[in-house]
Ligand binder design. Structure first.
Ligand SMILES: [Zn+2]
Length: 184
């Protein structure tokens, strides 16, 4: 039967997404909002994950989600990683105004972006909830915006009130130069 098939697929997607979010240590409130699962079902998923992977512990965050835009610009490494994450979000169309996408597919696209970001950094400094906050802040453009590094043209995350973007972390710290020299 078509209808129950659809419902089954949707349920499956919901659980898969919840597991993905649990692994990324998303907050329970985020998991609930994105999957529509009840707190009780989410608790059971945590328990079944813990039982199936005894050596791996995932933290369960219950407090408030991050709200500090300045966090992403607080040091060169974070500026670099924020710019990189922003570029991935941009490529996957996550900074556009949410189209007719339903929550489940938008959420899995965001997970894809976050997973791509984690693969690119040996020590990712931006947790899942911060990444989601960055995505949200870049869409809203009230506190943070995007610009181009005046030296290399690379993407930078900048405060919305700034008139001109600063150089990216790589140019500021001369990391870009040796690479350019090698190419010459
Ligand atoms: Zn640059």
């Amino acid at each position: 039967m078509r209808i129950s098939d659809d419902r089954y697929t949707k349920d499956r997607l919901r659980y898969d997404l919840a597991m993905r979010l649990i692994l990324h240590e998303a907050r329970t409130s985020t998991i609930r909002a994105w999957t529509g699962l009840s707190d009780d079902r989410i608790r059971k998923l945590y328990r079944s994950y813990a039982a199936s992977e005894p050596g791996h512990s995932v933290k369960r965050h219950r407090g408030k989600a991050p709200r500090q835009a300045a966090y992403f610009l607080s040091n060169p490494e974070l500026r670099l990683q924020s710019a990189n994450l922003a570029a991935i979000l941009c490529q996957l169309g996550l900074l556009d105004h949410p189209a007719g996408d339903d929550t489940l597919s938008a959420a899995s696209r965001f997970c894809e972006a976050y997973e791509a970001f984690r693969r690119q950094h040996a020590e990712p400094r931006i947790g899942f909830e911060h990444a989601w906050f960055l995505c949200h802040a870049l869409r809203r453009r009230r506190e943070l915006g995007l610009g181009e590094c005046p030296a290399c043209g690379g993407l930078v995350v900048m405060p919305s009130f700034a008139l001109h973007p600063q150089s990216c972390s790589l140019c500021t710290h001369g990391i870009r130069e040796p690479e350019a020299a090698l190419m010459a």
